[in-house]
Design a protein around this ligand. Structure first.
Ligand SMILES: *Cc1c(COP(=O)(O)O)cnc(C)c1O
Length: 370
């Protein structure tokens, strides 16, 4: 049986967790946490990285940092994970879902422009499958209208756009270390702050609305309640696991890229399906290999009969119960629904073997020959 995903495990995480226990510091912002945020700040070249319990939590922080509220509209694509919208719906903001570009499944800049009103506060972009949105066009629109840009880069760690790491282009970027992502610690995430003025408040929001961080830096002689906030810290036990994974990022990404390329080369000649598209000015991290077909459920059933786990992906948010309650689609749904119903994600994880990928390819070919 070929699973769709297995959580990445290098084999050295256990030692790091034991070290965290020996350090007798298990709560957030300890030495393993620092190792991880140093990695993020150095490797991505960003102003500030903070570890959070999830990408969901990091998105919630961006909703607080942009002071999004009931008067505000937030623009995003309808083809995304619920957390992208939920973080802002929690603050009472209304969600304006817009269409994607079919080749990448990323938000359409023209659709963003058409959805902007006096109430628009922010644009949240999702780099689907680790492939960048059209950031030049999006930043130009945002700057012209004075809007915040949040990159939901949950799937896009180490991917680049015009040579710049994703998550470092908008005002904020968020990453996920959920077990389904390339680099993991079970549940975990990060907030990247590229807007310097937001750093101090972010540190307060993360620490339940207190200035505890300043207290530990020796900047104040006692800490107190300063603002709203929550517990947006990642435990040291998770950070220990994560620190090992981050150290092995090159190895993990290279392994996934080899599998991705094998799929691409193996399937590129098939005219009945379409494959992922990566624009020339983008590099990606092999987060996902998907194909598009009009015979999706038949294909998934066929592969399952042959012990291969392939899966669908997002159901457009504007068609969901909560999506209709907290937002609405603006403009025409030319591509979101139609294209999302064609997507089949194929098995891809660290440690998947070349022969398994070849096996999946041959079954896909056999299916379409019937
Ligand atoms: C995985 C994912 C999330 C949620 O990440 P968590 O760490 O599980 O909260 C959010 N947005 C996108 C686009 C994702 O792929």
């Amino acid at each position: 049986m070929i699973d769709f995903n297995k959580p990445c495990h290098i084999g050295k995480e256990e030692t790091a967790i034991q070290q965290a226990i020996a350090n007798q510091k298990l709560s957030g912002n300890g030495s393993f946490g620092k190792k991880c945020t140093d990695w993020l700040e150095n490797q991505l070249g960003c102003e500030k990285g903070m570890l959070t319990p999830s990408c969901t939590a990091a998105l919630e922080m961006t909703a607080l940092l942009t002071k999004s509220g009931p008067e505000d509209e937030i623009i995003m694509s309808s083809y995304t994970f619920v957390s992208t919208a939920n973080a802002f719906a929690l603050r009472g903001a209304s969600i304006r879902f817009v269409d994607v570009e079919p080749k990448t499944m990323n938000i359409s800049p023209a659709a963003i422009e058409a959805a902007i009103t006096e109430q628009t506060k922010a644009i949240v972009v999702v780099h689907y499958a680790g492939v960048s949105c059209n950031m030049d066009a999006i930043m130009e629109i945002a700057n012209r209208h004075g809007l915040w840009v949040i990159e939901d880069a949950a799937q896009a760690l180490t991917s680049t756009y015009n040579g710049k790491p994703l998550g470092t282009i908008g005002h904020f970027g968020t990453f996920s270390f959920h077990e389904t992502k390339n680099i993991t610690c079970g549940e975990g995430g990060a907030l990247i702050i590229n807007h310097r003025d937001a750093i101090e408040r972010a540190e307060i929001l993360q620490e339940k609305g207190t200035n505890r961080k300043q207290f530990f830096k020796g900047m104040v002689d006692k800490y107190s309640w300063r603002d709203i906030g929550s517990s947006y810290l990642l435990s040291e036990l998770n950070a220990a696991y994560l620190s090992v994974q981050l150290e092995h990022t090159d190895q993990i990404m290279a392994d996934r890229m080899q599998m991705w390329q094998t799929y691409y080369e193996g399937l590129r000649d098939m005219e009945t399906i379409s494959l992922p598209y990566v624009p020339d000015n983008c590099t990606h991290n092999a987060h996902m290999f998907y194909i598009k077909t009009d015979r999706r459920s038949e294909l998934i059933d066929y592969l399952k009969e042959h012990d291969i786990m392939a899966v669908t992906h997002y159901v457009s948010l504007h068609s969901s119960h909560a999506g209709k309650t907290f937002g609405q689609f603006v403009g025409k749904d030319d591509h979101t629904t139609a294209e999302s119903e064609k997507i089949v994600r194929l098995p891809l994880y660290y440690g998947l073997e070349e022969k398994d990928v070849d096996h999946v390819i041959s079954h896909i070919k056999r299916f379409f020959e019937i």
